[in-house]
Design a protein around this ligand. Structure first.
Ligand code: ADP
Ligand code: MG
Length: 261
């Protein structure tokens, strides 16, 4: 079973951190015990986006052998467990990415999913998350340069013994989605597991330090992330539709009979 998923891309800014936080929150909402880990230890940002940026123990201290992984796990939004990275350069210098594999062992036994937010580019700390995951998900923007970078990352993943299990196309527009998805599958030779539209709510949610799926649950962005989470969690699309229609029926009944009880 696929448990440890590394969210990667060729270059920075494609939406890895945004995807990690929102997909993680949705998996947790589906009742899956989910952890997200900020392995972008040079440019820590998961914590910044969900208000966990001032915590005493981070992945830096754990990778430096100064703290246990248990001490670096924090309660995030919607039942999500979060392992943030530190922002100090010194912590980063002392961190040994080789320790990541041992650290993961401790978490894997206790979770349904662990999403690892990987650093961009080809570096030592970038390659390890690609190799240790059960599967790598590439976050790609609908631009040629992003596809080329993703292809490089896919090859790199295979070289280090990892496995790309799918692609998420982020920041699509309604006009280009279908074309882009087809092109991605052809060029990258990997299955597109979902596309996520460009959405101005992403910036507002970041300012509010809240995942978009909680702040704007009915947006197209959130619906897209829910579909991807349902696929990964093995929740049937029909089941999710049922849940929402059930809720609708409940609401409808309540509205109708409110005055008669
Ligand atoms: P990465 O972690 O790959 O560097 P981020 O998740 O930090 O990328 O996203 C980079 C920038 O793009 C951020 O400013 C973020 O708000 C924005 N962004 C990401 N996804 C979307 C989206 N679907 N719609 C609008 N803006 C987005
Ligand atoms: Mg990031």
């Amino acid at each position: 079973m696929v448990k440890v998923l590394t969210i990667a891309s060729g270059k920075g800014g494609t939406g890895k951190t945004t995807v990690t936080i929102n997909l993680g929150t949705m998996l947790a909402q589906y009742g899956k015990k989910t952890f997200i880990m900020d392995a972008d230890i040079g440019m820590a940002n998961v914590g910044l986006l969900i208000g966990l940026d001032n915590v005493p123990v981070t992945l830096h201290e754990v990778l430096a052998g100064k703290a246990s992984i248990q001490e670096a796990i924090y309660d995030g939004p919607g039942g999500l467990k979060v392992i943030p990275s530190g922002i100090s350069l010194q912590g980063f210098q002392e961190a040994n990415p080789e320790r990541l594999k041992d650290v993961l062992k401790d978490i894997v036994d206790r979770c349904d999913f662990l999403l690892i937010d990987a650093p961009a580019g080809i570096s030592r700390d970038g390659v390890i998350p690609l190799a240790v995951a059960d599967g790598v998900i590439l976050v790609v923007n609908p631009e040629l340069s992003s596809i080329v970078d993703a292809l490089k990352t896919k090859i790199l993943t295979e070289v280090v013994g990892g496995n790309v299990i799918g692609v998420i196309v982020n920041r699509t527009s309604p006009e280009n989605t279908e074309y882009v998805v087809q092109k991605m599958e052809k060029v990258l030779g990997a299955n597109v597991i979902g596309s996520i539209p460009d959405d101005p709510g992403v910036k507002k949610a970041a300012a509010a330090k809240t995942p978009i799926v909680l702040k704007y649950p009915l947006s197209d962005f959130s619906r897209s992330v829910k579909r991807i989470a349902a696929k990964l969690a093995g929740v049937q699309a029909a089941e999710t539709a049922e849940v929402s229609s059930e809720k609708f029926v409940d609401r409808f009944a309540r509205a109708l009979f409110r005055g008669k009880r």
